[in-house]
Unconditional design. Structure first.
Length: 294
């Protein structure tokens, strides 16, 4: 027979075990819900990438026929390539070669996935919002929704700056750096040989990483407006943040000079300062509202 003390102890242990099992069950439900939503995004990305990879080239010219089928992704790769090396091909003694036919297929799939990610970015943000929204208040939901739109805009902004400015500048700088050596070696037919895969690696890495880097200020803004991150912390650590931005910009840009790094990091530093000012204004308005209540 259990004594009164032993029975109370058993009941308490049983209650604690039930509470722990309920907490684990809740966490499992949250994880399953997150996996389910990410699975939807992943499936949409794969289907979109397959469509981009196999869509006929003539569809781009509004000729909806399968005659003389050619994948449209090859035209996309050609346009990216021509835009990236437009300055380089104007220089003598510069040749670009494709080292392997398989690399064309590999980079076709890679760019199809990148384009698919950009197309499905709104779907990804919507799924994130629907996952987080039940745990937020009405004001927080509105802030979070607007911030997700800003995140998408910042990602596209970073990709556009990298593609239209940083990539051509980087390749041009690399060409200028090696030009004196080529001039001195003209008598021995010394030339500059670029690899097609290397150029596409530069384009892929710079564009995609710049887009992700430009999303960081949006995340900081969400933390500020939700009162998770204090504006004073951003002000006190301004130098460290600017140094981190410059370091990350130097990592994602293969340009050995500081030109591309400045092009990437300049707008980020400006956005960071705007976030500080907006957060400071919001904190002052909330403080004034609280004083008026009393």
């Amino acid at each position: 027979m259990f004594s009164k003390y032993d029975l109370t102890k058993v009941q308490r242990e049983f209650a604690e075990r039930v509470i722990k099992e309920k907490e684990l069950s809740d966490y499992s439900e949250y994880i399953i819900e997150l996996i389910r939503r990410l699975r939807i995004v992943f499936a949409s990305m794969i289907l979109t990438a397959l469509l981009i990879l196999f869509i006929p080239e003539r569809f781009l010219d509004r000729e909806f026929t399968l005659a003389e089928y050619k994948p449209a992704i090859y035209r996309v790769l050609a346009q990216i390539y021509i835009h990236s090396v437009s300055v380089m091909i104007e220089v003598d003694n510069v040749d670009i070669v494709i080292s392997s036919p398989m690399s064309v297929i590999t980079y076709g799939v890679q760019f199809a996935l990148m384009i698919s990610f950009i197309i499905n970015l709104p779907l990804l943000l919507v799924q994130i919002y629907r996952y987080v929204a039940p745990a937020l208040y009405r004001r927080e939901r509105e802030i979070f929704k607007n911030s997700l739109v800003a995140l998408a805009a910042l990602f596209l902004m970073g990709c556009a700056i990298a593609y239209f400015v940083v990539v051509p500048v980087t390749l041009n700088v690399l060409n200028v750096v090696t030009a004196p050596l080529i001039d001195y070696g003209n008598e021995s037919n010394l030339g500059l040989l670029y690899n097609f895969e290397t150029i596409l690696n530069i384009v892929t890495w710079t564009v995609f990483s710049s887009g992700l880097l430009y999303m960081v200020p949006g995340v900081i803004y969400i933390l500020v407006v939700l009162d998770i991150l204090d504006v004073e912390y951003l002000i006190n650590n301004r130098k460290s943040v600017i140094m981190a931005i410059l370091t990350l910009a130097a990592i994602i840009t293969p340009d050995p000079t500081m030109v591309s790094m400045i092009v990437i990091s300049g707008p980020l530093i400006v956005i960071y300062e705007i976030i500080i000012q907006v957060g400071y204004s919001n904190s002052r308005s909330r403080t004034q509202f609280q004083w008026r209540r009393y």
